[in-house]
Design a protein around this ligand. Sequence first.
Ligand SMILES: [Zn+2]
Length: 113
Amino acid sequence: MGLALQIVEIAKASIPAQLADARVQRVNLKVGKMAAVVPESLRFCFEVITRSTALEGAELFIEEVPVVARCRACDHEWTLNGPVFRCPACDGVNVEMISGRELDIVSIEVEKD
Ligand SMILES: [Zn+2]
């Protein structure tokens, strides 16, 4: 619920003043697969929170970002499909995650009247 609240706050803050009365049609989000977000429950919370606001009825579009890791030993980069943090190239374990934890609002689409 807290996350949905944050998204609503950011979305509201991103609406330009001259569009303050406009209805938001869609909020585009980018969510890393490691961000521990369940799209269904996020959508549900979003719907509940936005009732009677400018965001009521807005669609929450969630693009899932794959988890990409990089090996510090050999610079190999790959997409993780499971919780295995071992370099497939050199079998090293000195691995960092370079994407997959993000949670960004990419854009907000406002209805033009
Ligand atoms: Zn490696």
